[in-house]
Design a protein around this ligand. Structure first.
Ligand code: ATP
Ligand code: MG
Length: 409
């Protein structure tokens, strides 16, 4: 029996990147031999084991053959006579289909090193078409390895898979899982570009696909195209290293603009409410977790108000702060502001523009927080405590707004 390091760990070492998780392939062993050596079985669909000490994953070399529709329909053959080359052949990309033996020698039967040098995502074999998850993987690798490009023959194959309806069989959880990982990579816009190029974006995330080609007023949006704007916004969020909920909110804040009737272009009056509605639809469909959904809905619904924060009356400011739950969840309010800042900065020429709305809202919150809510509640009519607290907060914000400028007597 022989053990090889495979997949991402080999790729990342050759790229000079830190290797965090390692996957191993074992050739020439049976499940019983693995158990006798103390490995713990974990694979449901194929034989994978955890090392007794390191708990790293060891998979028996296997081949896979498509046996049905969707990504679950695979016949797996794992046995002691499956060779390393056969196992590598079932992998998605040549750069992910290299192995290293215990002495550190590289095994590269499908041109992985060539494609690393040429910065190319190329499928290993025609079997690539058997699993639509691979389209999502290529897309998210594009967001991570930002100077790599998809090989023309792989692009063509991906397009064909979409045309054949293969991506429609993806389970929603898997779509979210891969999209979420791509959002956390260096340049998420590249993931959406790859998905768009092969037609998968229209199938998987039509609400985002629809934004391309929708114009916005040039005085606020020099980039004009809503899709271009949203890509700048999500890349800004990545550049700043913001959390997944912030990146997701950045991606979805303008979904409503895709629903504006063309005769109203480039205006999108009240697109915020429509955005919030479409964010809910999208989140329901691909099972986006609640923390991402809730922030995205809040940002979609309120971002217009945030941009106008300096013009808002104290009561309107307090209503906004209450609606986004800023009093109970100040840390989430910061994430809300981060997403709104991405919306502002994701426009050509806006990187260094002042955006005073953020501090305005932070200070309004501080002023409103400073009231003695317990005392207000005690002295209020019990049926009107909410209203009394709102009035006190609004008065505090008004007093802060009307404060004498710093340094005056
Ligand atoms: P990451 O750095 O994101 O972990 P990775 O390439 O290591 O990237 P994993 O999901 O850890 O990705 O998978 C390990 C290896 O298994 C891949 O490098 C690839 O060889 C293979 N692999 C994983 N998923 C698929 C798939 N859907 N189709 C074909 N091969 C796959
Ligand atoms: Mg990995």
């Amino acid at each position: 029996m022989k053990t090889y390091t495979v997949g991402g760990a080999v790729r990342d070492r050759l790229l000079g990147l830190p290797v965090t998780d390692r996957d191993y392939v074992v050739v020439g062993a049976t499940p019983d031999e693995m158990l006798a050596l103390g490995y713990q079985p974990v694979g449901k669909d194929f034989p994978v084991f955890l090392h007794p000490q390191t708990h790293e994953e060891y998979a028996l070399a296997r081949t896979e053959r498509k046996s049905g529709h969707g990504y679950k329909g695979f016949k797996v053959y794992a046995a002691a006579d499956v060779t390393l080359e056969e196992d590598l052949l079932r992998r998605d990309l040549t750069i992910n289909a290299m192995a290293e033996d215990e002495t550190g020698a590289l095994i590269d039967p499908y041109g992985g090193q060539r494609d690393l040098a040429g910065k190319t995502f190329r499928h290993v074999s025609a079997a690539f078409a058997e699993d639509p998850v691979r389209i999502l993987r290529v897309a998210r690798f594009a967001a991570r390895f930002t100077d790599f490009a998809v090989a023309p023959e792989t692009s063509a194959l991906m397009r064909q898979m979409v045309d054949n309806g293969e991506v429609d069989a993806l389970v929603p959880e898997r779509v979210w899982q891969e999209v979420a990982r791509g959002l956390m990579d260096a340049q998420p816009s590249r993931m959406f570009q790859v998905l768009r190029d092969c037609g998968a974006l229209a199938r998987l995330l039509p609400e985002i696909d629809r934004l391309f080609g929708v114009p916005q007023p040039p005085q606020h949006h020099p980039e004009i195209d809503t899709g271009v704007h949203v890509m700048l916004v999500v890349d800004w969020a990545a550049r700043r290293g913001f959390s997944l909920p912030v990146r997701f909110a950045a991606l979805t804040h303008d979904l409503g603009k895709g629903a504006t009737p063309p005769e109203r272009w480039p205006q999108h009056h009240d697109h915020e409410a429509k955005s919030a509605e479409l964010v809910r639809v999208l989140c329901e469909r691909i099972r986006v977790p609640a923390d991402c959904r809730d922030l995205a809905v809040a940002v979609a619904r309120e971002h217009g108000k945030v941009h106008r924060a300096l013009e808002l009356h104290p009561g309107t400011l307090v209503e906004l702060l209450e609606r986004v739950d800023a009093f109970r969840r100040p840390e989430r309010f910061e994430e809300f502001l981060q997403a709104c800042e991405c919306d502002f900065r994701g426009r050509p020429g806006y990187a260094d523009k002042p955006f005073p709305a953020l501090d305005h809202l932070r200070q309004a919150l501080q002023a409103a927080q400073a009231i003695d809510a317990a005392a207000v509640a005690r002295s209020a009519d019990p049926a009107r405590i909410r209203e009394a607290i709102f009035q006190a907060r609004s008065a505090a914000v008004a007093a802060w707004r009307d404060r004498p400028p710093a340094g005056s007597p």
